[in-house]
Design a protein around this ligand. Structure first.
Ligand code: SF4
Length: 366
């Protein structure tokens, strides 16, 4: 069991709500001219980080290639222009993420509130080490905020993240929770826990910590050591029975205001990645824009030149010149799924294949 609350953000069946997008993507793949705008835009404002997680999926471009000329920080003015464009284009949400720690970009602190004012839903992903009052105020306007803590004690935190900032993080989370209560904000605060060999026996204790802090969600999912951009990947040394037993105990901690999500549906029983689909078709559901001013085909292949879709900088309207182009379509058709590790959009790819193409759910029969 991954959750007790059926209708939740981590339930990939929400992809079926994108049915119309799926249909239009398929028509476009078959030669029609129109590709709808993406539902969401994930963008990385800065390629810098203040901690050093050994499992970081952005390490390839955060720590290496630092002498190359590619831009590492999107200018503040550009961030606002980009938000204006995305709202006008019909994009529904932005996820301010990294590729780095977004709070290190001073131009981002008020951006969530600005984007909400433009009609966008906003989410923010952070390591919660650097939450100042201006950013905290703006986070109150977000739909959700994910805080990657990945540990429930100072020793484990230091071991896996390379900096002794656990106490700072917990203090910051406490402050955000207080502000949420004070402002009657509806933001969902999520304590994220990436399951690693080093923290596998502290899942339940961390869940209890998250609950005691007062966040709404505790989210745990296995690391993907098969991810090709992680250097020197480690052995996936998991005690699965212990992990599953702790998952069950986490669910027993759930209340009306606190939910545990033990998300494993993109992994097999041993927590290796799996692909239950043959073709990659779901990428136009969102658009990842990175600090070099380019958009990439897929959120799982950030900064890989083979997946570079086109420029969005300095004028975001440039996107309209290549979004839905023959080149865009051709790039999707060349994707070999076997070259991908964990696929963030795996369930959406599966749904397009089984629900739309094969009609396995007999969609015309309500
Ligand atoms: S990980 Fe691979 S299969 Fe999945 S969306 Fe990205 S390119 Fe497509």
């Amino acid at each position: 069991m991954e959750w007790t609350k059926k209708y939740n953000s981590f339930n990939s069946w929400k992809g079926l709500a994108y049915y119309q997008n799926y249909r239009e993507i398929l028509d476009w793949m078959n030669g029609s001219k129109y590709l709808p705008p993406p539902v969401g835009c994930s963008f990385d404002p800065i390629s810098e980080c203040n901690i050093s997680c050994y499992f970081c999926i952005g390490q390839e471009y955060l720590r290496n290639h630092r002498n190359e000329k590619a831009m590492r920080k999107l200018p503040t003015e550009y961030l606002y222009t980009l938000v204006d464009f995305l709202a006008e284009w019909g994009v529904k949400s932005i996820c301010i993420a990294g590729g780095g720690e977004p709070s290190l970009h001073e131009g981002i602190w008020e951006l969530p509130s600005y984007a909400v004012g433009k009609g966008l839903d906003v989410s923010f992903m952070t390591n919660a080490t650097n939450i100042n009052p201006r950013l905290a105020d703006s986070l109150m306007d977000c739909r959700w905020v994910a805080m990657s803590v990945d540990s429930g004690d100072r020793g484990t935190y230091l071991k896996i993240k390379g900096k002794d900032l656990f106490n700072t993080v917990i203090k910051n989370i406490e402050n955000i929770i207080k502000l949420r209560e004070l402002t009657h904000s509806d933001v969902d605060l999520c304590f994220k826990f990436l399951l690693l060999p080093e923290n596998q026996y502290s899942i339940y204790d961390t869940c209890k910590l998250a609950k005691s802090l007062g966040v709404q969600d505790f989210h745990v999912r296995p690391v993907d050591f098969e991810y090709k951009y992680i250097k020197g990947s480690r052995k996936l040394d998991f005690d699965i029975p212990s992990i599953l037993e702790q998952f069950e105990r986490c669910h027993k901690e759930e209340t009306e205001n606190f939910h545990a999500y033990t998300v494993t549906h993109k992994f097999d029983k041993e927590f290796h990645v799996m692909h239950n689909f043959s073709n990659c078709m779901a990428t136009p559901i969102d658009i990842p824009i990175l600090t070099d001013g380019n958009a990439y085909l897929c959120i799982d292949h950030k900064m890989n030149p083979e997946y570079r879709l086109g420029s969005c900088y300095p004028d975001p309207k440039t996107i309209l010149e290549w979004w839905g182009s023959d080149k865009h379509r051709a790039m999707i058709k060349t994707i070999a799924v076997k070259n991908c590790s964990r696929c963030t959009r795996s369930s959406y790819n599966e749904q397009i294949e089984n629900v739309i193409l094969k009609d396995d759910m007999c969609l015309n029969f309500p």
